[in-house]
Ligand binder design. Structure first.
Ligand code: C5P
Length: 434
């Protein structure tokens, strides 16, 4: 079953710290949480602590360019099963009732067509004020579910009454009940859905709606990464992205929702696939995290193992007197290993690649273990084979069950076969679970 996802909008208020407990409990139940903090919320909890618990990027406001590049507000809502506002302040409730959209939180709320659950927390007099009563009634009329606040002592001394955030276990059980009746809306594959800078999507070539991977989210990395030396120079490798892109295209043809996180490549976007473009390994890891959860992760990118520790802010100059520069390299994150070893986000099926120039199968077997992948697709990329940049490939599928060597074939045929294998494996696992 696809992992359920919620967007948690955290409003400002002393109760905001309780959302950390909420995120932890949801995580324990396998529910993925993407958090949006209002400006006021940031006074009470930090994006860092929220991100550490949710294991997802945290979004802070509409004009945060970094977040916008990775994920737009429309997509935030579209990829969620449920939007939860906790704590919902009187101000946030008023904004929702009035249809305002002047920051990321209110924009997500106005743009969403998903069920919304509101857990209020405010001073009792604010809760009982006719304006708030009116606004809450409006939300109910709009089909938004508003939990009753708990009654008791407020943080301010001498204040008591209705206005405390409902108990976290109560919010969790309401979320679970709502999730049980919601169906994750499938991504509409339409160019107008591409809302953020580095991201595009296009319609499937054949308008596939059914298929062996229908209803599955497949996340694929592809291409090389570029690691900057200075603003004009970078470290790269010869990966063309052809194999990873072919797998993305084949998965889309099989009906999957496909997110392709691609390094810089010279080939076109596969049809019917959401493409997130990145340059560096660190950006690729961030984009992968932002795209999770997924049913399958295929890590086909040729990620640079090292990056320059301190890239120059200006173009490095060659002068007669200056010594030849020396580059200090530091290790990049291993995206495959990071994701495969994180039980909170690991896709149920993880496929890695091993590009080797010698002892292909031995190295692939080792990699299967060290990376924590379910399969390694190993190929010989010695220059004389012409695999890197070429259209053909000879691969070995290495898993705990053994090694299967496939004959040389075109990269798109390799992709078709890998996708068939993925579909068959998910089918078998599904049957075994019944
Ligand atoms: O160790 P090596 O680079 O040969 O491992 C190859 C596999 O690991 C590929 O699946 C590649 O996409 C992945 N990888 C990664 N992040 C890195 C290095 C490799 O995801 N930094």
């Amino acid at each position: 079953m696809t992992q359920k996802r919620i967007v948690l909008i955290i409003g400002g208020g002393i109760a905001a710290y309780k959302c950390l407990d909420l995120i932890r409990r949801l995580g324990d139940r396998g529910i993925a949480v993407r958090a949006v903090l209002t400006r006021a919320a940031e006074q009470f909890v930090t994006p860092l602590s929220v991100g550490a618990l949710s294991n997802q990027p945290v979004f802070t406001n509409l004009f945060d360019l970094d977040s916008e590049r990775e994920i737009g507000h429309i997509r935030l809502s579209r990829e969620a099963d449920l939007i939860v506002v906790a704590p919902a302040t009187a101000d946030l409730i008023a904004k929702m009732a009035g249809g305002h959209a002047d920051d990321l939180a209110s924009t997500v709320l106005l743009a969403t067509d998903k069920p919304v659950l509101v857990a209020p927390a405010m001073n009792p007099r604010m809760w009982l004020h006719p304006a708030t009563r009116r606004n809450v009634a409006q939300l109910a009329a709009d089909g938004i579910e508003v939990l009753a606040p708990a009654v008791g002592e407020m943080a301010e001394s001498g204040e008591a009454g209705p206005g405390r955030l409902p108990e976290v276990p109560e919010i969790v059980s309401r979320i679970e009940a709502m999730l049980a009746t919601t169906q994750r809306s499938r991504w509409t594959r339409n160019p107008v859905d591409a809302v953020s800078g580095g991201e595009t999507s296009s319609s499937p070539a054949d308008g596939t709606s059914g298929g062996t991977l229908s209803g599955r989210h497949v996340l694929i990395t592809s291409g090389p990464t570029h690691e900057p030396i200075d603003p004009v120079r970078y470290i790269a490798n010869r990966s063309s992205g052809k194999q990873g892109h072919a797998i993305a295209a084949a998965a889309a043809r099989a009906g999957a929702d496909v997110t392709l996180v691609s390094g810089p490549v010279a080939i076109g976007d596969p049809p019917g696939v959401k493409v997130v473009r990145v340059e560096t390994a660190s950006e690729m890891l961030e984009a992968v995290r932002a795209a999770l959860p997924a049913d399958v992760g295929v890590f086909a990118a040729a990620v640079a193992d090292w990056r320059v520790e301190t890239p120059g802010g200006q173009k490095m100059k060659k002068t007669a007197s200056a010594a030849t520069p020396r580059l200090t390299l530091v290790e990049n994150p291993d995206i495959l290993r990071t994701i495969a070893s994180d039980r909170n986000v690991r896709p149920p099926l993880v496929v890695g690649f091993a590009a080797e120039t010698e002892n292909v199968i031995t190295h692939a077997r080792r990699k299967l273990k060290s990376k924590g992948a379910d399969w390694i697709v190993a190929n010989d990329v010695s220059p004389e084979r012409g695999v890197m940049g070429g259209d053909r490939n000879t691969v070995h599928l290495v898993s705990a069950g053994g090694v299967e060597s496939w004959p040389e074939m075109g990269k798109s045929e390799v992709a078709e076969r890998i996708v068939e294998r993925i579909a068959a494996t998910l089918r078998e696992r599904g049957a075994a679970a019944e």
